[in-house]
Design a protein around this ligand. Structure first.
Ligand SMILES: Cc1cc2nc3c(=O)[nH]c(=O)nc-3n(C[C@H](O)[C@H](O)[C@H](O)COP(=O)(O)OP(=O)(O)OC[C@H]3O[C@@H](n4cnc5c(N)ncnc54)[C@H](O)[C@@H]3O)c2cc1C
Length: 501
């Protein structure tokens, strides 16, 4: 076995949307830095970022009910929704910058306009949706949102969902036309093609097996090339662990104290897909419902129009599932090997606290196709089993850590950026809201890891993301300007139906 040794400025581990975004940002900020990327699979965007492994929702909190909670006094807290929307505007501006600069092309290949809707049934839920609508529609970020509890109007908006509906329960929906369907797989591939053209050293079929600190403060990675079986040693001043579900193991290998007492719990996703053009043509929206009692927030059911490979299809789900793998193409030993002496107590506490989640996941795994169809029929009353197939999506590894509010072993549903005190290594854990907020999250990595450069880099960041440092909600004129320009650049303003089959 031969050993090759190389030095570089930055190493990106993993070819998902996060590494793609960080690499692209850094290439714009410091083109002279040498960047090397290692991905264990044969291509980019094959794990969670792949178009079939996530729901492709451009999460801007336009329709996801779990981002707005009802407070004990009956008012609706929209602070999380505002945060997520602001973060999505950051992504939209960066993608527009890349298109305007001709660094990526054909935005319709990765982003399409699509109304985002929330749909609820039952008196209490309708009352909640109305309050939520009132709270959001007063905010400039959510301008254009409509509410209706009139069946005729709903029939116009969502005919597939409304026709043959037997229930007499009150029903209501909100609709906003500025929503999007994002093909994060296509975007990831475009960004890596761009990075390759900028001389980033892209290495597929290269698995990072170990990370350790060298005596001179650099990071040394042991990388296995599965094409020829060789092991390479690569050193870098800065390492980004963008391994998706694989990040926890790599963080543990780095040995940094910030990575201790953290564990992960995998929740897999299963969708149902419909390619029957007669059915597909009757729906044009992402329609999010309410999560069932006991279901984790990422299991909110939704019926989405998707645009993948120049084809329109419908996606329903996700159903949750359980496998001990941390990556779709991971190992059955992932969960067990992630338990270390420092996180054992954290993991055990999480296990004891989350019996109801475990029970829920087991129930979900056991569902037959007919039982899944029953859930789908809550959306499409006359759904035909022959029109729908199951697709296994990606793995979400939820972070488990000790928190002040939740105590030992608290399950987190958001994303976490973990960095070493000296900023020389960073890892991204967790998966929600996920790919939609990749640009915001990678700017957080840059902020935490390169504070000494921020002053010098700020003008360039502002050129890429006009609103950087501003709160758009408090600056409606800038928001309007950005909405108009990003919609134009990304082709989102057009109302015409795409000509996909
Ligand atoms: C079911 C589901 C639905 C989702 N829906 C949405 C949605 O609608 N909207 C949204 O914005 N987000 C959504 N997400 C979240 C989103 O998909 C993720 O947040 C995002 O794709 C994560 O990107 P990443 O780059 O961190 O990881 P990934 O895309 O998983 O990439 C990580 C890469 O690292 C590689 N890797 C791992 N370990 C190693 C190693 N040791 N050496 C070399 N390479 C390694 C992997 O092979 C992989 O290619 C969803 C996720 C799931 C699972």
């Amino acid at each position: 076995m031969s050993i090759r040794e190389t030095k570089t400025d930055v190493i990106l581990i993993g070819a998902g949307i996060m590494s793609a975004t960080l690499g692209t940002l850094l290439k714009e900020l410091v083109p002279e830095w040498k960047i090397t990327m290692f991905e264990k699979l044969a291509n980019s965007g094959e794990e969670s970022s792949n178009e079939w492994n996530n729901a492709g929702t451009g999460h801007a909190a336009l329709c996801e009910l779990n981002y707005t909670v009802e407070k004990p006094d009956g008012t609706v807290d929209i602070s999380k929704a505002i945060n997520i929307n602001e973060q999505f505007q950051v992504s939209m501006q960066f993608w527009s910058y890349l298109v305007n600069k001709k660094l990526i092309h054909n935005p319709q290949d990765f982003i399409m306009p699509l109304p985002h809707m929330s749909l609820v049934q039952g008196e209490q839920n309708v009352a909640f949706l109305k309050k939520r609508f009132e709270a959001l529609s007063n905010n400039p970020l959510f301008q254009g949102m409509e509410f209706s509890d009139e069946p005729e109007k709903l029939m116009e908006w969502i005919p597939l969902i409304m026709q043959d509906r037997a229930s007499n329960e009150p029903i209501a929906a909100t609709k906003i036309d500025s929503g999007t369907d994002v093909n994060f797989g296509a975007l990831t591939r475009m960004l890596f093609e761009h990075l390759e053209s900028k001389n980033v050293d892209i290495n597929y079929n290269h698995s990072v097996n170990d990370i350790k600190r060298t005596s001179d403060g650099l990071w040394e990675l042991k990388v296995r090339n599965s094409d020829n079986g060789t092991v390479e040693r690569q050193t870098a001043k800065f390492v980004f662990i963008g391994g998706g579900g694989g990040s926890i193991h790599l963080l543990q290998k780095s040995g940094i104290p910030e990575g201790k007492h953290i564990g992960g719990f995998p929740v897999s996703g299963i969708f149902m897909v419909c390619n029957n053009p007669e059915v597909v043509e009757q729906h044009h929206a992402k329609v999010y419902g309410k999560a069932k009692v006991g279901a984790p927030p990422m299991s909110v059911p939704h019926l989405d129009t998707r645009f993948i490979d120049n084809k329109k299809s419908l996606l329903f789900g996700p159903f949750a599932g359980f496998t001990p793998k941390f990556l779709k193409y991971g190992s059955m030993f992932d969960l067990i090997t992630s338990v270390k002496p420092d996180n054992l107590l954290t993991m055990l506490s999480a296990g004891a606290k989350n019996m109801s989640l475990t029970k829920y996941l087991i129930q979900q795994v056991m569902l037959s196709k007919e039982q899944r169809m029953e859930e789908l029929r809550e959306f499409i009353p006359n759904a035909n089993i022959e029109d729908w197939d199951l697709v296994v999506a990606g793995q979400r590894v939820q972070v488990i850590k000790d928190t002040e509010a939740g105590g030992k072993g608290t399950l987190q549903f958001g994303t976490e950026v973990i960095t070493a005190a000296d900023g020389s290594i960073a890892a991204l854990l967790g998966a929600s809201p996920g790919a939609s907020t990749a640009v915001h999250v990678m700017l957080e990595v840059i902020n935490k890891c390169f504070p000494q450069h921020m002053k010098e880099w700020e003008p360039k960041i502002k050129e890429m993301i006009q609103s950087y440092g501003d709160t758009l909600m408090e600056n409606p004129e800038l928001l309007h300007e950005i909405h108009t320009s990003t919609a134009q650049t990304l082709g989102l303003g057009k109302k015409k139906e795409p000509v996909f089959s």
